[in-house]
Design a protein around this ligand. Structure first.
Ligand SMILES: O=C(O)CCC(=O)C(=O)O
Ligand SMILES: [Fe+2]
Length: 365
């Protein structure tokens, strides 16, 4: 039954509990964002204060050779990780056709009738590896996010083939495998620069916990009042993100004017790469996990597919000795990744607060 849009409880019941999602809300017809989705002014993104990032994407085919092109690219990757913490890559080894099909897959999945999606709602899902939902922690958030999602956790191929939804598991596994190789190449460069060699067992420790999210941001009547995903940084090592042509991903600039945002534009065929909190810790603060946020669009629905490469839950992450040597003192405490992650998923998003709590206090300015 259609919700009473003026009643927050009725909206929550319809969107969150019944699993109709924001998509169901928009499909049932609405002319303004319901009250539970109105963000406090300081959480909204004012497009007028945002800059478009006109940086050219990095051409990863240059990594394959040796010589000046490779060196130049290596420097660009390192500089991007040290400054904005976000960059885009092309010639990344993931077929463009696969990327196009992935975006279509997200649209198709969210167009399925409610009962096909609602089976994966958290209270009833037949597997902890697949979760369908909306916003981030609807039960804990002051204002909800304008997004629906299907989150897939990867343990191994057999379990993914057994538990991920039948019609999408093949293409998602292809994305997962190819993104894993991409992340490996980038991590070799980034850790190599710190003087650490990435062998297979270290790579597994650091990225063995993988997730793919299929996100659907329905068209929004008042994008100036709400957010798709609130301010957060990604918690793992590296994220590879496929976004469609709609745009709306904004990254906080850590340097320069306080509160300024940069929009990461859609670049055909490119993937967005960003540094996660655990890479910031490993690098002793050299690489930056930037705060980011998504603003929905008033004219079009948007889809994105982040692939999160994260440490195993039991992995202890601390600044690498080679990274500490460079600036003398460790800036972060050791973090057991599973604890860090559980804490994030237990609470509403809070920007970079979780990472701040891993800082060694006596070194705080
Ligand atoms: O949809 C996007 O562009 C970003 C998604 C994101 O930041 C996330 O899922 O962590
Ligand atoms: Fe993110």
């Amino acid at each position: 039954m259609a919700p009473n849009l003026d009643d927050a409880k009725s909206v929550f019941e319809f969107v969150v509990k019944e699993g109709n999602g924001i998509k169901g809300l928009v499909d049932s017809g609405l002319s303004k964002v319901p009250e539970p989705y109105v963000q406090p002014p300081n959480e909204r993104i004012n497009k007028k204060n945002a800059i478009k990032l006109e940086l050219p994407p990095l051409d990863l085919s240059k990594l394959d050779g040796h010589g000046p092109h490779r060196d130049e690219l290596t420097k660009q990757i390192i500089t991007a990780a040290e400054t904005l913490g976000f960059f885009q890559v092309v010639n990344h080894g993931i077929p463009i056709q696969l990327l196009e099909s992935l975006k279509e897959t997200v649209h198709k999945f969210f167009s399925l009738p409610l009962e096909r999606k609602a089976v994966y709602l958290a209270p009833v899902t037949p597997t902890p590896l697949v979760k369908y939902g909306t916003s981030f922690r609807p039960d804990k958030e002051e204002a909800l996010g304008w997004k629906d999602y299907l989150l897939m956790q990867y343990t191994n191929d057999d379990e993914a083939l057994q538990h991920w939804p039948e019609e999408i598991k093949g293409i998602l596994l292809e994305y997962l495998w190819s993104s894993t190789s991409l992340v490996k190449k980038l991590l070799q460069v980034l850790l190599g620069n710190l003087g650490a060699e990435l062998d297979d067992s270290m790579f597994d420790e650091l990225t063995g916990n993988k997730m793919i999210n299929m996100i659907f941001y329905p068209t929004c009547p008042n994008p100036e009042l709400t957010v798709g995903i609130g301010r957060h940084s990604d918690i793992g090592i590296l994220t590879a993100l496929l976004q469609d042509e709609v745009g709306g991903l904004y990254v906080k600039i850590d340097y320069g004017k306080e509160g300024e945002w940069i929009e990461i534009p859609h670049v055909p065929g490119a993937l967005v790469i960003n540094v996660g909190d655990m890479l910031q810790v490993l690098s002793n603060g050299k690489y930056k996990s930037a705060e980011h946020v998504v603003r929905p669009s008033s004219t079009s629905s948007r889809v994105s597919l982040p692939f999160f490469a994260m440490p195993m839950k039991t992995t202890k992450i601390a600044p690498l000795p080679q990274a500490v040597e460079k600036n003398g003192i460790p800036l972060y405490k050791e973090v057991v990744f599973g604890d860090y992650m559980d804490n994030i998923f237990e609470n509403a998003l809070e920007g970079k607060k979780p990472l701040d709590s891993a800082k060694i206090k006596s070194y705080l300015a």
